[in-house]
Design a protein around this ligand. Structure first.
Ligand SMILES: *[C@@H]1O[C@H](CO)[C@@H](O)[C@H](O)[C@H]1NC(C)=O
Ligand SMILES: *[C@@H]1O[C@H](CO)[C@@H](O)[C@H](O)[C@H]1NC(C)=O
Ligand SMILES: *[C@@H]1O[C@H](CO)[C@@H](O)[C@H](O)[C@H]1NC(C)=O
Ligand SMILES: *[C@@H]1O[C@H](CO)[C@@H](O)[C@H](O)[C@H]1NC(C)=O
Ligand SMILES: *[C@@H]1O[C@H](CO)[C@@H](O)[C@H](O)[C@H]1NC(C)=O
Ligand SMILES: *[C@@H]1O[C@H](CO)[C@@H](O)[C@H](O)[C@H]1NC(C)=O
Ligand SMILES: *[C@@H]1O[C@H](CO)[C@@H](O)[C@H](O)[C@H]1NC(C)=O
Length: 364
C-alpha cells in the first residue's frame, strides 16, 4: 500500500497527518508503516548517518534517492535484505551508502549535497516513501571582537563593539554581556547586520562582552572583552573622632582629632582640605590634628574629586573648643518671682477686706 508520506514531513499539517495515520491504522491493522526522516543541518566536511524512524523490520528493502521522489535515475544506493546486498545507484559518488537499518550515510559532506533525499522502504506489507532535506553549512571560525575604547565613564561615554566574522556565508550574530543575550533597546543599538553594538554602560556592566556567530549547524564565539568603567562619587560622607554633631565637632584643647571624608568612586577620589577657605597640605581622605589648639578652630571643608568622571563633591564641618558648662548655683530658700507676685496680691486682698470690715463697723 502506497502512502503520500511526504505529508508526514510537513509542519503545520498535523491534523492531516493524524487523519492519515488513523486511516492507515484502520487499513493495515497490525503492521504500521511509518517513515520519518528529519531535516538535517550539517557542517561541510563532516559525515552523517541519517536515521529513519518507524521503518518496519524483517524482510525489508531500503532505497535512497536524491531529490523529492523515487526516480530510478536519481538512485543513490539500495539495500536488499535477503540475501543482504548493496547496489549503488547512478548518482552515487562513492560517499553514500545505506545501513541494514536503512540509515543513509554520507561521508565528507560537500555543499552540493544540500537538497532533498527520498527514502523508499519496501516490505511484505507494501512500500512507503518519505522525503527529507540536508543543508550543508560552512564551518565557522572564531569571530574577531574589537572595542572602540577600553575605559568609559558610566552613563556618559558611548562604547562601540564590533564583531568581525571570519566567514562569508550566511550567519547570525548575537551579542552577550555576562553570558546573557544583549538586545536592541534603550541602552543598546545594533547595526542591521548585528556587527556593531553601541551604547552606554552602568558601573556593573564591565563584562565579559562577546559576540557569537552561528548558522543552524554550528556556532563560534569571540574572545571576551572587558571594560574599565569609571563612576562616582555619588555622595560624600563626613565623620570624626570625637563624633561630630550637627556639623560641629567639639574637642578639648590638647586632644587629638581625626576628620574622615568618605566617598565611593572608581577610580578613588583625590582629596583637598580647606580651613576657613585656605588650602591645607593634606591630600588624604582623613585629616588629623595631633593636639588641638586655638589655631585649629574654624570651618573645615573636604573636597573630593574623581579625576576620570570629573565629578566634584564637598562637605563642611566646624571645629570648636569644648567648653564644659559651669553648674549654676541656686540659693537654698528662694521664692520665685511669680510666687512673690501671687503672695503680694493675696496680702493686698486680705488688707483690703480688713479695711472694708473696719469701715463697715464704724458706719454701723
Ligand atoms: C515533494 O513533492 C511533492 C509534489 O511535488 C510536494 O507536494 C511535496 O511537498 C514535496 N516534498 C518535499 C519534502 O519537498
Ligand atoms: C555499503 O556498505 C556495505 C557494508 O558495509 C559494503 O559492503 C558496500 O560495499 C558499501 N557500498 C558502497 C557503495 O560503499
Ligand atoms: C527486495 O528486493 C529484491 C530484489 O529486487 C526483491 O526480490 C524482493 O522481493 C524485495 N523485497 C521486498 C520485501 O520488497
Ligand atoms: C581583529 O581586528 C583588529 C582590528 O581590525 C586587528 O588589528 C586584529 O589583528 C584582528 N585580530 C584577529 C585575530 O583577526
Ligand atoms: C580565518 O580563517 C582562516 C581559515 O579559513 C584561518 O586560516 C585564519 O587564520 C582565520 N583568521 C582569523 C583572524 O581567525
Ligand atoms: C540580530 O540579533 C537579534 C537578537 O538581538 C536576532 O534576533 C537577529 O536574528 C540577529 N540578526 C542577524 C542578522 O544576525
Ligand atoms: C576661622 O574662622 C573662625 C570664625 O570666623 C575664627 O574664629 C577662627 O579663628 C578662624 N581660624 C583660622 C585658623 O583662621
Amino acid at each position: 500500500m502506497a502512502l503520500p508520506s511526504e505529508t508526514f514531513l510537513r509542519a503545520g499539517s498535523r491534523c492531516k497527518r493524524l487523519l492519515l495515520t488513523a486511516t492507515l491504522l484502520a487499513s493495515v491493522a497490525a503492521d504500521e508503516l511509518f517513515l520519518y526522516p528529519e531535516n538535517l543541518n550539517r557542517v561541510l566536511g563532516t559525515s552523517i548517518r541519517w536515521r529513519v524512524y518507524g521503518a518496519p523490520t524483517g524482510d525489508v528493502n531500503f532505497t535512497w534517492y536524491r531529490g523529492n521522489g523515487s526516480i530510478e535515475a536519481n538512485m543513490l544506493v539500495s539495500y536488499t535484505s535477503s540475501p543482504p546486498s548493496w547496489i549503488p545507484g547512478p548518482v552515487n559518488t562513492g560517499r553514500e551508502n545505506v545501513t541494514e537499518q536503512g540509515y543513509l550515510t554520507i561521508t565528507e559532506l560537500e555543499f552540493g549535497d544540500t537538497g532533498d533525499y527520498t527514502a523508499v522502504v519496501a516490505s511484505t506489507e507494501g512500500s512507503q516513501e518519505a522525503t527529507g532535506q540536508i543543508q550543508v553549512w560552512e564551518k565557522l571560525f572564531q569571530p574577531n571582537i574589537t572595542v572602540s575604547t577600553a575605559s568609559v565613564v558610566e552613563y556618559v561615554d558611548i562604547v562601540n563593539f564590533t564583531c568581525q566574522p571570519n566567514n562569508t556565508s550566511d550567519l547570525q550574530i548575537q551579542w552577550y554581556l555576562n553570558y546573557f543575550p544583549v538586545s536592541q533597546g534603550y541602552q543598546w543599538a545594533l547595526s542591521s547586520d548585528n556587527r556593531t553594538l553601541s551604547g552606554w554602560v552602568s558601573r556593573s556592566q564591565n563584562g565579559p562582552y562577546y559576540c557569537e556567530v552561528s548558522n543552524p549547524a554550528t556556532s563560534q564565539r569571540s574572545t571576551f572583552q572587558n571594560l574599565q568603567i569609571y563612576y562616582g562619587p555619588d555622595f560624600i560622607d563626613m565623620n570624626s573622632i570625637p563624633l561630630l554633631h550637627l556639623g560641629t565637632i567639639k574637642a578639648k584643647l590638647g586632644s587629638s582629632i581625626n576628620i574622615y571624608c568618605q566617598t565611593v568612586s572608581q577610580p578613588a577620589c583625590l582629596y583637598q582640605w580647606l580651613l576657613n577657605g585656605t588650602a591645607l597640605a593634606t591630600t588624604n581622605s582623613t585629616l588629623s590634628i595631633r593636639s588641638m589648639s586655638w589655631e585649629d578652630v574654624g570651618t573645615y571643608r573636604c573636597i573630593a574629586e574623581n579625576p576620570k568622571t570629573q565629578l566634584i563633591l564637598y562637605s563642611t564641618v566646624t571645629l570648636k573648643v569644648y567648653e564644659p558648662s559651669l553648674p549654676i548655683l541656686k540659693p537654698p530658700y528662694a521664692i520665685s518671682q511669680r510666687m512673690v507676685v501671687f503672695l503680694s496680691i493675696g496680702v493686698s486682698l486680705i488688707l483690703l477686706s480688713l479695711i472694708g470690715t473696719f469701715i463697715f463697723h464704724l458706719l454701723s
